[in-house]
Design a protein around this ligand. Structure first.
Ligand code: GYE
Length: 343
């Protein structure tokens, strides 16, 4: 297990940005001085360098549980660098308490803007109120919260997970021309997380209305390959006939493929596999006939996040919800699409 990453591992980067920011400050300071801009929501910028024109963005990431997450982290880090935004990055290792601690530390450090991708949907109101009291605007990225008070964050950017679940379900219903019955098992994402809740809901909306399908087992695999394999092994032990696996992400599907092969069955043939994300390895598995369909979920939202950080910092109005665009890919499309996959 890797230690939590923090911005302290990037001292050179911060220094470079500080130097760049100093140059920009010569221009920015007089403008800011005569503005007396009430819209400026940041807390004065003493800790983060907001006073010198640079923006410090504290970002609390979920963890490094999947290929999707790795691509998302790289996208955020690269985009911050390109935008000249100083990034304080924290990896919560899929634990809500770590994320809350990271957000509190960003508040103490008086960063200009806070971003985080909430591990689970519930339990954020207290820390979000603390950020509001400190006048630090919050941007939610990738995963949503279920707070009744949506003024606790400025905006959300990410995917429509319910729609992803529906897309997965629609493909399955259309692909299965036979009468059935089909026994379906589900590898769920992290319990309580927005993508697990919403993908389950969207998929059930479509597949649950078709009585050819029977849900015989559903359990969390925590979005990881190792857990996906482990849970699939137990599904295979307790159920003789499994026709369909719906995995809430590619990493769990890839783990399950190993379990299926070790059990002497053919993934993609004996068991139809429906997955979500679109990482390169899943495209390879599709090209090899081992996954049947992948619904895309785009992790490369770093540039859009940085645009929002700048706008929010400047006090510009932003949409409450910004959505990423994505598609659905089948085995026939997998070989052609493989070279284009960047994550
Ligand atoms: O699908 C999964 C990751 O929140 C959309 O989290 C993200 C999900 C993604 O661990 O691979």
């Amino acid at each position: 297990m890797s230690a939590p990453k923090s911005s302290r591992s990037q001292p050179d980067l911060s220094r470079r940005h500080f130097a760049m920011a100093l140059g920009a400050a010569l221009v920015a300071v007089p403008l800011a001085a005569c503005g007396g801009d009430k819209k400026q929501p940041s807390g004065g910028g003493n800790g983060g360098g907001g006073g010198d024109g640079a923006i410090t963005f504290g970002f609390a990431q979920v963890g490094s549980e999947s290929g999707w997450r790795t691509a998302n982290t790289t996208s955020i880090k690269d985009a911050a660098k390109k935008a000249g935004i100083t990034l304080k990055f924290s990896d919560a290792q899929q634990k809500q308490e770590n994320q809350i601690a990271a957000i509190r530390s960003f508040i103490t450090q008086k960063v200009d803007v806070i971003g985080f991708s909430p591990v689970v949907e519930s339990g954020w109101d207290t820390v979000l109120k603390e950020a509001r009291d400190a006048k630090i605007p919050v941007i939610l990225t990738d995963r949503a919260v279920d707070s009744a008070d949506d003024s606790l964050y400025v905006t959300f950017i990410g995917s429509d997970f319910v729609e992803e679940g529906r897309r997965a379900g629609k493909w399955l219903v259309e692909d299965t021309k036979e009468d059935g019955p089909f026994n379906v098992v589900v590898l769920e994402g992290t319990t309580g997380s927005a993508p697990a809740n919403d993908r389950k809901k969207g998929f059930a909306e479509i597949v649950g209305n078709d009585d050819r399908f029977r849900f015989i087992a559903s359990q969390t695999g925590d979005f990881t390959r190792a857990k996906g394999k482990e849970v699939m092994e137990s599904f295979l032990k307790s159920h003789k006939k499994i026709d369909v696996l719906f995995a809430h992400n590619d990493d769990m599907a890839i783990g399950a493929i190993q379990a299926i092969e070790e059990a002497g069955k053919k993934p993609g043939t004996d068991i139809r596999i429906v997955s979500i994300d679109g990482i390169k390895e899943a495209f390879q598995a599709m090209a090899d006939g081992k996954i049947n369909v992948v619904v895309e979920c785009n992790p490369l939202i770093g540039p859009q996040v940085m645009d929002l950080v700048k706008k929010v910092h400047a006090g510009d109005s932003v949409e409450k919800r910004v959505e990423a665009e994505e598609g659905v890919f089948t085995q026939e499309q997998a070989k052609d699409e493989l070279p284009n996959r960047t994550y």
